[in-house]
Ligand binder design. Structure first.
Ligand code: ADP
Ligand code: NI
Length: 212
């Protein structure tokens, strides 16, 4: 895969997400790509596979496209003449990385572990906070409802049906991600982002209650 293939992949993804306001805009994909490259500089793995899987990881998102057999990813890879073996390897990564509550899986390959870490990294920290509220807003959900308890231990179906507040989403997903990172490099990066979210929630609750 050469640089032109990656440039065309970015254009392809930008076009698919051009009207999206649910946190899946092209910049999410580009951040995941850059994070995956940063992690792989220390953790290794096949750089081309990692980059292509990162760029295509959301183009067949179940919430947006249903179960479509990775159609969008395969259309792009076919058009670039990427061999069937690499296509299957990349589709396996895309299949394994998504967060499904307690049904989430650890990817079977190093490349999958790195792309999953990068995707999860972009859901936490300052960017993660912004995405959670942008997503909640796009679904018409409340930021926070006092007394509205979050749900623990959701399975995949319950997680995808869940319509809770954005603050509850921190307890249902975002604060769990630090301990779900696969690689030592991502674990280290996640610590900083995690502490930032903990501080944010503390400040948010103090302001909400009129204490600060
Ligand atoms: P990805 O597939 O990129 O891992 P998701 O599709 O699960 O991410 O979600 C996109 C963004 O929206 C993420 O940052 C995620 O944390 C956020 N998000 C998902 N569900 C909710 C929710 N119920 N409330 C607030 N934010 C959410
Ligand atoms: Ni993603």
């Amino acid at each position: 895969m050469d640089e032109n293939t990656f440039a065309r992949a970015k254009e392809y993804v930008a076009n698919i997400f051009k009207d999206d306001s649910s946190g899946h805009d092209i910049y999410h994909t580009l951040r995941v790509h850059d994070l995956a490259v940063t992690i792989s500089e220390i953790e290794g793995g096949d750089r081309d596979i990692i980059r292509m899987a990162a760029l295509l990881h959301d183009v067949d998102d179940r919430k947006l496209f249903g179960e479509n057999g990775f159609l969008n990813a395969r259309i792009f890879m076919d058009s670039e003449g990427i061999c069937v073996e690499d296509q299957l390897y990349i589709c396996d990564i895309i299949d394994q990385i998504s967060f499904k509550g307690k049904d989430s899986v650890v990817p079977s390959t190093l490349e999958g572990k790195i792309v999953q870490d990068a995707d999860r990294m972009d859901a936490i920290g300052a960017v993660g906070i912004a995405r959670a509220f942008a997503y909640g807003g796009s679904k018409g959900r409340a930021m926070h409802i006092p007394g509205d308890a979050h749900k623990d231990n959701m399975g995949a179906d319950e997680y995808f049906r869940n319509e809770g507040t954005s603050v509850n989403h921190f307890y249902e997903k975002l604060l769990l991600l630090k301990d779900m990172m696969n690689t030592p490099t991502a674990k280290r990066m996640a610590e900083v982002r995690h502490e930032y979210m903990v501080g944010f929630l503390d400040e948010f609750m103090s302001e909400w209650d009129g204490r600060r």
